[in-house]
Design a protein. Structure first.
Length: 255
């Protein structure tokens, strides 16, 4: 009987010691501050990058908010001028009374593949490919001096896919529209595993004036086949922030 009582007593002591070890850990977890929530999501261009011997200052030209100045710059050393990004941030304050620049706390920066419009000829037509690509309605738009695209990529096993915006003529047609093509080349390398991809194309190389109405974009849709999407200047606007929050951009395998 004494042995059983001693065993029971020892078990209680061991259990008590284990609880003492666990309880402080639970208390520590409760005391830890929760991760910050970043309320704003927007597309932006690296507009200004001034380097000195001690630091590098970056200002983002946001499509919706205008100029944004990050409170800390140490995370952004690999960004280049004119690079497009998706910013997840909180507004902290207006840097100046005229509200031209806002100071922000940046939570995350997604690098967006940024390219120019390329010349399409009979000789290089095959290089750009014309494989079907899946793009949801509203995921092609004009903003920040760029044509922006979110697409669903059938992930490659080895070789990065090529996404291109091409034109045979960089001038508007008689109706005032620029005729461009979105070309996708998967190089016959797909895995049936899908992820989202993003790309922005600078429009600065096109001959756009006050009479230019917009862009007629030809693409090979995986759902609807060959189609033309009409985008008008003056109706610019990014994909909704709620939609952007739902998207996960892992390693984007395009060039």
């Amino acid at each position: 009987m004494m042995k059983r009582m001693n065993l029971k007593k020892n078990a209680v002591c061991i259990l008590g010691a284990m609880m003492m070890l666990v309880m402080p850990s639970c208390q520590t977890l409760e005391d830890e501050p929760s991760a910050p929530v970043y309320e704003e999501v927007d597309w932006a261009t690296v507009e200004h990058q001034k380097e000195s011997t001690s630091e590098k200052t970056i200002v983002f030209n946001s499509d919706s908010w205008g100029y944004l100045l990050p409170r800390h710059n140490y995370r952004f050393g690999d960004l280049e001028p004119n690079q497009r990004v998706i910013l997840y941030f909180n507004l902290e304050k207006e840097a100046y009374d005229n509200s031209i620049i806002h100071v922000i706390e940046v939570g995350n920066v997604v690098h967006v593949l940024t390219k120019d419009v390329e010349q399409l000829t009979d000789e290089n037509d095959k290089e750009f490919g014309n494989d079907p690509v899946s793009i949801l309605q509203g995921d092609i738009w004009l903003g920040g001096g760029h044509l922006n695209v979110i697409f669903q990529q059938n992930r490659p096993a080895q070789k990065k896919h090529r996404v291109s915006l091409v034109a045979r003529d960089f001038n508007p047609d008689q109706e005032g529209y620029l005729n461009l093509e979105f070309r996708y080349n998967d190089y016959d390398d797909t895995t049936n595993r899908y992820q989202y991809g993003v790309v922005s194309y600078s429009l600065h190389g096109l001959n756009i004036d006050e009479q230019t109405k917009g862009i007629r974009l030809k693409l090979n849709s995986a759902v609807n086949g060959q189609r033309v999407v009409e985008l008008k200047f003056g109706e610019e606007g990014p994909s909704s922030s709620d939609h952007m929050r739902e998207l996960k951009f892992s390693k984007i395998l395009v060039k």
